[in-house]
Design a protein around this ligand. Sequence first.
Ligand SMILES: [Fe+2]
Length: 232
Amino acid sequence: MRALRGTGMARQLPSTVGGYYADPMTTPSPALSIALDETSDPPLRPLPPSVAQLLAELAAPPRLVAHLRAVHEVAAQLVEWAGGHCPELAVDREAVLFGAATHDIGKVLHPEELSGPGARHEEAGRELLLARGVPAALARFAGGHATWDAPGAGVEDLLVSLADKVWKNKRVPGLEDLVVAELARAGGRPVWEEFLALDTFLTGVGEDADRRLAWQAAHPVGARARGIRVNP
Ligand SMILES: [Fe+2]
């Protein structure tokens, strides 16, 4: 049994979540542990406590929680870089972090899409979040993270989609071009200059991709968090 470490948030969680008894003192949820425990290889900041709690309530597969945490880390790095490089670009940081931390949550309902292709998790994830009371402005990332060129996609949508690619060092020129355009528009600098700046940053992010991939792969696809149903 792994102890809950790190933020200390787990100690503050209610003992009954979603009808499951999950006393963190005696039966730590694997989802909570994966979402919140300190890690050093690679260093990953913890998921937002509200998202960690939701993943525990849903008994999310360990691989999914690990993936969300890896993408959340890269999204946080992206937001920090954008804020320093182009302070003129208005970015809703909390929305990006929530979006990254929940973008694939629909795979709780479609776990086959954890190890194979499929898009059913997208709308399912959006509906799941809405049903849990998440505002539509935050639930949208689960539904739209794969369609970054859709009309109305904002810079927050682009950053979540970009994080979901570059965490594993996958480069998507069309997506990066959209981010470059946002940077150039906001900062009033040439597109080529923003292209070089983003490319340099993303190359650095990609250097840790192997460690993130290994960390995610170390978490099983199939096992779910265990809990005792007390309130069916
Ligand atoms: Fe993803």
